[in-house]
Write a protein that binds this ligand. Structure first.
Ligand code: AMP
Ligand code: ZN
Length: 472
């Protein structure tokens, strides 16, 4: 690593770039809010998990020993983040005729399959909300003992007026909050931004998941699980907490209030938030059902890593617009990259461990500088391409630096093989040729190509949305 470089991250708490210093030298505690498993993750959610993976890989590249904890929300997340609406799991169950437990299992498995295909490193600890109800109850008891709660209408509420730092993450002003509140008012709440820690009175009688508690049989509010599980696995103060920007105002603000009201200590040192993926400048959202899944991209012939490459094209703190044109460009660029790496592998019979020097070192150092400057992936990608195009560097040295950079990109370049690249090129050429044949109504030629592709192990289907293909 270049001398004198330090990792700088944009901390949402205080809204500025800060040098990263862990609590325990050489170790990092990292918590990332996980999925609510009532539906597939959409590619917007996955953008956030890719950003968090880049962060984790960067910390590991810097030789930190990272404990990464991710929760799975399988209870208590209402259709509105601020206590309104119905439990999202119940909505999923009603739509499909399955039990909430079956829904949770199915979508949890689908989620982790997506992460694997995106080459996202598995969290060190994955914790389900339903398996940590006692931790949540214990934390709520501490919050109650410290005088931050009230019980009204069958539910236990967090009283934000008792917690003067309530708005510190989102830069909210408590007085403004009260005056300007536009959210639906729960008449039990003293302040519209108070939130439920434990429900015993559900508006929905068919609530399926219920537990005994000191406040009666019921279920936890959504926010408490992250405070309780992160404290359980990472301690009462830890290094980094991440999520998407939508969570700053309510979810993360409430998580901080709960944790700090219980312990009396600062809870998290660095807060990092990923900006949204948008479609034609509208937010992609599970509840709006305008979402695209990773599977639907695969059905259209994209590889999950094409999407990963696409996400690397924008800084994590910038909104990114999704379009198939840009995804196509990412696919072409990734195929070129694989092609180049595969060729480098063929040319590098020399397995030397000579030090990285000269131009190769210059590109690597530029990459490190951009990486450590708040994870600037677009600039890091330029460094990768500058390296590849630099004719003064020996292939084996180039390959070593590429693979070094890929520890962070996570594009699985190690696995690039010339045969795959050739197959991909051929496949794309044949698919295009078949499209043209169909446009020209030359169905005999189109069928010939279909058979030829089948021999290569590729099945194609014509659908109203266009041609889809999959491997046999
Ligand atoms: P959820 O399953 O709804 O709790 O969301 C999982 C993660 O995806 C959270 O960190 C959200 O902040 C994030 N997220 C939700 N929608 C988007 C989007 N359109 N673009 C990027 N991240 C998102
Ligand atoms: Zn959370």
């Amino acid at each position: 690593m270049k001398q004198g470089l330090a990792l700088r991250l944009f901390n949402s708490l205080g809204r500025k770039l800060q040098e990263f210093t862990p609590i325990h030298p050489g170790k990092v505690g990292l918590y990332t809010c996980g999925p609510t498993v009532y539906n597939f993750a959409h590619i917007g959610n996955l953008k956030t998990y890719i950003f968090e993976d880049i962060l984790r890989r960067t910390l590991e590249y810097l030789k930190y020993d990272v404990t990464h904890v991710m929760n799975v929300t399988d209870v208590g997340h209402l259709s509105d983040d601020a206590d309104q609406g119905e439990d999202r799991m119940m909505i999923g169950a009603r739509k499909t005729g399955k039990t909430v437990w079956e829904i949770a299992d199915f979508f949890t498995n689908a989620f982790f399959r997506d992460l694997e295909h995106l080459h996202i490193v598995k969290p060190t600890i994955i914790c389900k909300a339903t398996e940590h109800i006692q931790d949540m109850i214990d934390l709520i008891v501490r919050i109650e003992k410290n005088g931050f709660t009230y019980f009204k209408g069958g539910n236990l509420y967090f009283d934000i007026s008792k917690f003067p730092d309530y708005g510190k993450l989102a830069n909210l002003n408590l007085a403004d909050l009260k005056a300007g509140a536009r959210i639906e008012v729960d008449e039990n709440k003293k302040n519209p931004h108070d939130f439920v820690l434990w429900f015993t009175q559900s508006k929905f009688e068919h609530q399926a998941m219920l537990w005994d508690s000191p406040w009666g049989r019921g279920y936890p509010g959504w926010h408490i699980e992250c405070s309780a599980m992160s404290i359980r696995y990472l301690g009462e103060t830890f290094d980094i907490h991440c999520g998407g920007v939508d969570h700053i105002q309510v979810h993360h603000t409430n998580e901080i209030a709960q944790a700090e009201a219980a312990t009396g200590k600062k809870w998290v040192n660095y807060w990092l938030h990923g900006e949204f993926l948008v479609t034609s400048n509208a937010k992609m959202s599970k509840s709006l059902e305008n979402f695209i899944t990773l599977n639907s991209l695969k059905e259209r012939g994209y590889d999950a890593l094409d999407y990963r490459y696409f996400c690397l094209g924008a800084h994590y703190r910038k909104q990114q617009n999704f379009s198939f044109e840009d995804l196509d460009a990412a696919r072409t660029a990734r195929n070129n990259l694989l092609d180049r790496v595969a060729r480098l592998k063929k040319q590098s019979d020399n397995d030397s461990s000579e030090p990285i020097a000269g131009n190769a070192l210059r590109h690597l150092e530029s990459f490190q500088e951009n990486l450590l400057n708040d994870l600037n992936m677009p600039k890091c990608l330029s460094d990768l391409w500058n390296l590849l195009k630099d004719e003064k560097i020996e292939p084996h040295l180039k390959l070593r630096v590429v693979l070094e950079m890929d520890k962070v990109f996570g594009l699985n370049l190690e696995a690039a093989h010339l045969e795959d690249v050739v197959l991909n090129d051929k496949l794309m050429r044949l698919l295009n040729e078949r499209d043209e044949a169909r446009i020209n109504k030359d169905y005999t030629r189109a069928d010939e190509i279909r058979v030829q592709l089948e021999d290569e192990g590729i099945i194609i289907e014509d659908t109203p949305d266009g041609v889809r293909w999959r491997r046999k």
